[in-house]
Design a binder for this molecule. Structure first.
Ligand SMILES: Nc1ncnc2c1ncn2[C@@H]1O[C@H](COP(=O)(O)OP(=O)(O)OP(=O)(O)O)[C@@H](O)[C@H]1O
Length: 827
């Protein structure tokens, strides 16, 4: 039977290859039709008619010499039918439609999508041939090949009915038809023109900046020259003074003019020194100045420190429906299920008016800050304000002799003066000799999730698991790839925005990852936060086999689920080892190209994101038992595509233990109650100064970024999950592996024992190694079956319990003992 199958060449071709061959053949037929129409000659048909069946065998005097059509007799015949009898040259649309059909078959696209364009093409063909026919009937100004007989005939009937009105009707119909086509292209054309326009604008802006920079440079050079000249003058004056002192010593008194002149010189020198030093500082403009133009410069007469106000332009919006378009083609590439990504229109649009910059507030804050610092004798040379969605960062450039730590020590004073809760001091701003003071805006801007998802940055990203948390103080979208983190630890007091944050993470992933590539394990001891995602269980959730509750809410189930995820991790390691690849991406690529055999247990591996909303509840009831699998997953799961997102509202050391912390380098802190809590999560203060409602700090080992978390509300989550849930999806949620039963020594019922059981037992005893992959290799069976046999060997007492990624111990030393076991079992 197997042999027969092998011999059958066509049945061995996979579906996709067959479609590709069919697609190419259809396109070839279209090409031939096109050639025959293109080389149509009205005289050919007369020749064809004069031929008889024996003509095709006449080689020297054959029809080939008399027929001008490139495709000979057949070409002449077909082109005569299409061009002369039917629709004239407009019938060229027919091979175009056939070629498109071939292309769709070749690419295995949905043929349904071709329906309307094909119908449109045929309609335009008939219409155009009728219009040509009408003019031919009236004026005979050109050959009838333009309209074909049927065009002339239909035009004649219409003219009989409507007279001159028929051509008006035909032209209007043609205009409307073309408008439908042009309308689409017009949009694109406008977009192209717009992008040219913005390119041109940014070039002009760059030139302007360059010009300003040169101007500044010249100014500085001039000032430096002035300083040098002054110094030379001062040197000369000093020499003169010394001479005078000498002469005073010698009893000659200094004149009053000399004394006045000397003190004037001293003043000038001091002024020049100050200017030079500030010029030095200017040479290192703050980050914001380098990147953005000041929106406004506020200069008060009574105050010589200028403040420049910057508002980041934010990331470029993605063009209309770009995300939907990309997602549509992504969904098509995965034929395992028919799936439609949620559209961008399910998300609430932000109101048009952006956050207004309150210059009065900025001026007032500047006045308070400078006033306070002045009282402590701290001189500030310049100040920039960068206005973010939630807070404004005041960047202060202190005079060179001011110690930065001194400013930090007045933090409390500043807080009191600005009466601002949430004032945070960054001293110094990393890599710069400036100090940052973040003061919350009196009116804050809500960052809608749509405004981060519908950006070019997010839409065009090639990250595997992209998460756009929200916006930074410079209004830029802050985006990470979860695969690179590779896990997230989130802490924040009640009401600080954690749950919204988790929804943001999930929403971003739902908008970018196909259900075949991503599964969530959701653990929600609070029982409400993640319940909405029950809707998407057949698409995106992974569960324990036999579980009827896709969202895990009780601690025992949570432990079992995490153990099962750990088992999945071990299985994945084995699969990667067998496939000789280092990470899940390469594994899936290899699997998708058909290099890995399903029979050996290979399968497409989706990313698994384990979301735990409220670690504290689990730690309180299960302690170490829950900590262990979490730590193990966090340590090892990186390469095989399992990522953890763990949140807690109690960032105390008995919840976020040293072991957990050590394995989660990427951490997010929302507002917490105390500095101690902030230290537990971030290893430094700062989170206690946040102002809630999604105001967060992100730390990934290095620096820290303050971000306003994007807001996604329950209605939006509901819309998205119902949209996904209403589609058919997979038959059931993704099944995590079954975990080992603790009870030992109960053999499986006899009729369940695998046919390979005895053989497998002998192999295991011979090699003294209880490993699934050994059985797979030796018995040429799949992973699941080998795993089941190992479980049975364990129940029969041949091998020891499961020990993670290392092989099980073998309890039986030789075949004699093994035979005894076989006897006991009756196999
Ligand atoms: N990014 C945000 N932008 C604007 N408002 C927000 C944002 N995040 C949260 N909020 C507001 O704060 C409220 C509380 O947020 P959320 O429920 O996420 O807090 P939480 O930390 O999960 O609290 P709990 O632990 O009690 O569930 C929300 O109802 C919303 O009004």
């Amino acid at each position: 039977m197997a042999k027969k199958k092998q011999n059958n060449f066509f049945s061995n071709l996979n579906y996709s290859r067959k479609m590709e061959v069919a697609g190419i053949l259809i396109m070839a037929v279209a090409g031939l039709l096109l050639l025959s129409i293109a080389s149509y000659n009205p005289t050919d048909y007369a020749v064809v008619k004069s031929l008889n069946s024996s003509s095709i065998f006449q080689i020297d005097q054959g029809p080939a010499l008399r027929i001008s059509n490139w495709l000979g007799m057949l070409g002449a015949y077909i082109s005569y039918t299409l061009v002369h009898t039917l629709f004239g040259y407009t019938s060229i649309i027919i091979p175009i439609i056939i070629a498109s059909l071939g292309w769709f078959v070749f690419r295995q696209n949905d043929l349904g999508e071709l329906g309307w364009p094909a119908a449109y093409g045929l309609w335009v063909m008939v219409l155009a041939s009728t219009i040509f026919g009408w003019f031919y009937n009236r004026f005979e100004a050109y050959s009838m090949s333009w309209s074909g007989n049927s065009g002339i005939y239909v035009a004649g009937i219409l003219e009989n009915i409507l007279g001159l009105g028929s051509i008006i009707l035909l032209l209007v119909l043609m205009f409307v038809s073309l408008l439908i086509l042009a309308d689409r292209d017009l949009q694109k054309t406008f977009e192209v023109i717009q992008s040219w326009k913005s390119d041109w604008k940014s070039k002009r802006e760059q030139k302007r900046k360059e010009k300003n920079r040169k101007k500044e440079e010249k100014k500085r050079e001039k000032e430096e020259r002035a300083v040098i000249q002054q110094r030379q003058k001062a040197d000369a004056a000093m020499k003169k003074e010394e001479k005078q002192k000498q002469s005073e010593k010698n009893g000659e008194p200094a004149s009053i003019d000399d004394i006045v002149e000397r003190s004037q010189k001293e003043d000038e020198e001091r002024e020049a020194r100050r200017k030079k030093e500030s010029a030095e500082l200017e040479k290192k403009p703050p980050r914001a100045i380098l990147e953005k133009k000041p929106e406004e410069t506020v200069d008060e007469e009574d105050d010589d420190v200028e403040i420049s106000v910057y508002v980041g332009e934010g990331d470029e919006e993605a063009s209309d429906k770009e995300l939907d378009r990309l997602n549509k083609s992504k969904a098509k590439e995965v034929p395992v299920i028919k799936y439609k990504f949620p559209g961008i229109d399910l998300l609430t649009s932000p109101p048009n008016e952006g956050n207004e910059v309150d210059l009065e507030e900025i001026k007032e804050n500047k006045r308070i800050i400078l006033d306070k610092l002045k009282r402590h004798k701290i001189e500030i040379l310049g100040i920039n304000a960068i206005v973010g969605p939630t807070v404004t960062l005041y960047e202060l450039e202190p005079a060179p002799d001011v110690k930065i730590s001194k400013i930090e020590s007045y933090a409390n004073d500043l807080k009191m003066a600005t009466a601002a809760h949430g004032l945070r001091i960054i001293a110094p701003i990393p890599g710069r000799s400036a100090v940052g003071i973040e003061v919350p805006n009196s009116s804050r801007e809500t960052v809608f999730i749509k405004s981060v998802i519908n950006t070019k940055k997010f839409v065009e990203t090639d990250y595997e698991l992209p998460v756009a948390f929200g916006k930074t103080i410079e209004n830029e979208v802050f985006m990470i790839d979860l695969t690179r983190m590779p896990h997230l630890l989130i802490a924040g007091a009640t009401g600080s925005g954690k749950s919204v944050g988790i929804n943001t993470i999930i929403t971003c992933l739902l908008y970018k990852c196909h259900p075949d590539d991503l599964k969530f394990v959701m653990i929600d001891p609070k029982k409400i936060e993640l319940s909405l995602y029950r809707n998407i269980q057949n698409h995106y959730l992974a569960v324990l086999p036999g579980s009827d509750e896709p969202i895990v809410t009780d601690t025992t189930r949570a432990m079992e689920t995490l153990e099962s995820v750990t088992k999945e991790m071990d299985e994945r390691y084995d699969l990667l080892k067998m496939a000789m690849v280092r990470d899940i991406k390469s594994y899936n690529e290899k699997y998708d190209t058909g290099e890995l055999d399903d029979e050996l247990g290979h399968r497409h591996l989706p990313y698994i994101v384990v979301v735990i909303d409220e670690l504290a509840d689990l730690m309180m009831t299960a302690g170490k038992q829950i900590e262990e699998p979490i730590a193990r997953l966090a340590q090892l799961a990186r390469a095989i595509g399992i990522h953890l997102v763990v949140a807690t509202q109690r960032p105390s050391v008995n919840v976020i233990t040293g072991t957990i912390k050590a394995n989660f380098p990427a951490r997010i802190a929302y507002q917490v109650a105390s500095k101690v809590d902030s230290r537990t999560i971030l290893d430094t203060g700062g989170a206690d100064q946040l102002i809630g409602r999604g105001d967060m700090l992100f730390s990934n080992g290095g620096g820290m970024t303050r971000i306003q978390n994007a807001y996604v509300d329950t209605d939006e989550v509901e819309r998205i999950t119902s949209f996904i849930g209403s589609q058919k999806g997979f038959k059931k949620p993704f099944q995590l592996p079954v975990i080992e039963e603790e009870n030992e020594g109960i053999p499986d019922p006899l009729d369940d024992i695998d046919d390979y059981f005895k053989e497998a037992a002998k192999i295991v005893v011979l090699h003294q190694q209880g490993s699934v992959s050994l059985l797979q290799r030796k018995l040429k069976i799949g992973y699941n079956r080998a795993g089941r046999i190992i479980d049975q060997l364990y129940n029969a007492g041949v091998v020891g319990p499961y020990q993670g990624s290392t092989a099980r111990d073998v309890k039986i030393e030789d075949e004699e003992d093994l035979e005894e076991i076989f006897e006991e079992l009756g196999v």
